[in-house]
Design a protein around this ligand. Structure first.
Ligand code: 13P
Ligand code: SF4
Length: 344
């Protein structure tokens, strides 16, 4: 019987260098083992421009595929094995609402620099590009927040309030200078007087998967494994980040585990696929435990079976490409390119 894995291997062999499969660290083992290039969001965005393949199959959520399509060269085609794999956090910032809130903030006459986390729609990236702003990932949020501070009177950070607060804390932007926006009523509920006093304007979005980590889990892990290190993703709340030993992107977490001495115990607060992969990889040498088994169902909706079907469609010329919505392309690309330039 031909398995999905056999189908994938046969098509990879047949298409050779015409095909590149990219994948995010949160993908399941059954998918990630077929990937040519894996990474965190920043690494994957960077790698797209160096890929020569005509066909790029992106194993991840929709915004990642959209960014890849935007950064791909003319003639390159980008596909997602599951087009409905969305990021719940990115859906918390509809582009029209971001535009309306930004217009209201701009009415003060101050220069507001919009900075969107890469976990956002192409429409939001376009709004940022159009208004002199850019994009950041969890790996470069500090650099990009400094970049934005140098260019205006205040930053509008979209959509992750946790990444924004954690980064602002590291940069020493005092809490008195932050303001959580009321984004209801199409921007009309914004407290303009409070917003005018702030240097960091926060969109009230978050990642539901990372919001599940809490202080009690950290205390339990520390009690169960004396001497354990706790590392979390910066999408966790500031309280959780402060109670941890380190916080960083998925690639940072992988490096932290790599560099830990033999025999180390590490509790990790991020998506479970990555934590389980690390636990397996270092079994018998380092103790890796999840703070909680928290799964991103959208990441998990990309399966080996769907990857096999997508590759068959690519081979047959019937696969649906990721299309960048017309009208957003130029400004969204500008926003992404500003980030890649600032972090070159
Ligand atoms: P990284 O950029 O750290 O890989 O994170 C992406 C993400 O979606 C985390 O939830
Ligand atoms: Fe989005 Fe959270 Fe899933 Fe990352 S883990 S893709 S931020 S919903």
């Amino acid at each position: 019987m031909t398995t999905h894995s056999d189908t994938i291997s046969a098509i990879r062999k047949a298409l050779g260098s015409r095909l590149a499969i990219m994948g995010h660290h949160y993908q399941a083992d059954s998918v990630i083992r077929h990937v040519d290039l894996k990474g965190d969001s920043l690494e994957l965005a960077r790698k797209v421009s160096s890929v020569d393949a005509e066909h790029i199959v992106f194993c991840g959520v929709y915004f990642m595929g959209e960014s890849a399509a935007l950064l791909a060269r003319p003639g390159q085609k980008v596909y997602l094995p599951e087009e409905d794999a969305n990021c719940v956090m990115s859906q918390m910032a509809p582009a029209a609402r971001v535009d309306a809130v930004l217009n209201r903030l701009n009415a003060s006459g101050r220069t507001i620099v919009p900075l969107t986390y890469v976990n956002s729609s192409i429409g939001v990236k376009a709004v940022c590009g159009k208004h002199g702003g850019s994009v950041c990932t969890s790996a470069n949020a500090e650099t990009m927040m400094r970049w934005a501070m140098d260019r205006g009177d205040a930053i509008l950070f979209i959509p992750d309030k946790n990444l924004a607060r954690n980064t602002a804390g590291t940069l020493g932007i005092p809490e008195a200078d932050w303001h959580m926006l009321d984004i209801r009523q199409d921007g009309n509920a914004v407290d303009t007087a409070a917003a005018e006093r702030a240097k960091l304007l926060l969109w009230p979005g978050l990642c539901a998967i990372h919001a599940r980590f809490n202080l009690r889990q950290i205390e339990t892990a520390r009690a169960a494994h004396p001497g354990i290190s706790v590392i979390v993703h910066p999408e966790c709340s500031p309280e959780v980040v402060r109670a941890s030993d380190a916080a960083g992107s998925t690639s940072f977490i992988i490096k932290f585990v790599q560099q830990a001495p033999e025999g180390a115990s590490i509790a990790i607060g991020t998506e479970i696929n990555l934590v389980e992969r690390l636990a397996q990889e270092y079994k018998g040498r380092k103790t890796i435990v999840p703070l909680l088994e928290s799964s991103c169902s959208h990441m998990a909706s990309v399966t080996e079976a769907k990857l096999a079907i997508t590759l068959q469609d690519v081979q047959n010329g019937t696969a649906e490409q990721v299309r960048v919505p017309v009208g957003f392309e130029d400004h969204a690309r500008t926003a992404l390119e500003r980030m890649l330039e600032a972090c070159a």
